[in-house]
Each structure stands twice: as C-alpha cells, then as structure tokens.
Ligand binder design. Structure first.
Ligand SMILES: C[S@@+](CC[C@H](N)C(=O)[O-])C[C@H]1O[C@@H](n2cnc3c(N)ncnc32)[C@H](O)[C@@H]1O
Length: 191
C-alpha cells in the first residue's frame, strides 16, 4: 500500500478493532462524515450499496447501513483486511446485512449496485473512479471521498482526471477528509 496516511489508517484500524472504546472513538470521526455523504447521495433503505476499501474496521459500511437501512457490500484488495473486517462484522452481529468480500475497485462487477462509495485511501484512485464511472449501471450514485488538498501527497499518487464532471459535493470541516464528490455512473457496460 502506497502513501503514509493509507498505511497509518490501516495500522490504526488493526489496533482499534481490539477495543470497543477505541472503535467508538474512531466511529465519532466517521459519524458526521457518513451522515453528510448519505444525505448527498440520498441513500434509501431500498438502495444496494458497495463500499470500496473497507479496511479492518469498516465503519463507513456499518454507519451507512445503520443510518439508512440499505444493504451494504464491502470489498478490499488486502486479504488480511478482508479477514479482520469480516470477522468484526460477524462479531458485531452485522454478518447478515453487510457482506465483506475480497475484491479490487478496478475490476469488481458493479451492475447490481445503486450507490458506490470510494474510500479516501483507495489506490490508484484515478483508475478506480474511472472504472466505477464507466462500469456501474446508468444513474448509479458514486461517492468519492477525497483528502484535503494539502494532505493529498500523503495519500500516495493521485490524478484527479476521472473526477471531472461531478454533479454535487459536500465539504467536511476539521478532518483529514476535505470533501466528498457525487458522480453519476454512465452505464457504458450495459448493452
Ligand atoms: C484502511 S481502509 C479505510 C476505510 C475505512 N475503514 C472506512 O470504513 O471508510 C482503506 C482500505 O482500502 C483498501 N484498498 C486500497 N486500494 C483498494 C482498491 N483498489 N480496491 C479495493 N480496496 C482497496 C486498503 O487495502 C485498505 O484496507
């Protein structure tokens, strides 16, 4: 994994899954973020959500599900994160509502999802967003979480080419995360 912040986030999450108190502290960070993103994409209980980059502590997936009632699938391209994240979901009783699968955002089947969330630490961001825009069903709401401009270098290589054409955004204050963009899937993979 490239980038100082993605590495640090994974290490922090590995530590945090061991303690309920630590998980609660990290959840405080994500709560407002996820609430703003759920509102931006108008996520409803009928939606089928994919979270790309769940990590060992898949709080975006958990909070999105808790807030909206939508069913959620999480993927991660790191096998250890999949094992830890899946184990945590099961131990917290979310095993039936939130699936955690191995997968890479550059090549995961996307047709069934109505909302796709891309974590800020996902790499390479440009390739993942291009894939999601092109191969999700037409009209899919795509949320792309981005670091603050001054921290972007610490997240690794980042080319914002695929991010042009976003339809709306929400800015976040007091966090590493600068804003979340809302893009819409073009449905190019459909016949
Ligand atoms: C540490 S997590 C942070 C996300 C946070 N736990 C959340 O709930 O939003 C970011 C994860 O993204 C995964 N990742 C990075 N690039 C990816 C890609 N191209 N496809 C799938 N997962 C990816 C990393 O393996 C890492 O576990």
């Amino acid at each position: 994994m490239n980038g100082l912040i993605p590495q640090a986030t994974s290490s922090l999450e590995r530590l945090a899954i061991q303690s309920r108190l630590a998980r609660g502290a990290v959840a405080l960070y994500y709560k407002g973020l996820v609430a703003a993103e759920a509102a931006l994409a108008r996520v409803q209980p009928e939606d089928n959500v994919l979270c790309i980059g769940g990590g060992p502590l898949p709080l975006t997936a958990i909070l999105l599900h808790k807030r909206t009632g939508a069913s959620v699938t999480v993927i991660d391209n790191d096998n250890q994160s999949v094992a830890l994240g899946k184990g945590l979901l099961e131990s917290l009783g979310y095993g039936a509502q939130i699936r955690f699968l191995p997968g890479d955002g550059r090549a995961f089947p996307l047709d069934e999802f109505t909302v796709i969330h891309v974590a800020a630490q996902v790499q390479p961001m440009d390739a993942v967003v291009q894939n999601v825009k092109a191969h999700s069903a037409r009209g899919t709401r795509i949320l792309v979480r981005l670091p603050k401009q001054q921290l972007a270098a610490l997240y690794g290589r980042f080319e914002p080419l695929a991010l042009s054409g976003f339809v709306d955004q929400v800015r976040h204050r007091w966090r590493n995360t600068g804003r979340t963009l809302l893009l819409v899937g073009s449905g190019e993979s459909l016949p």
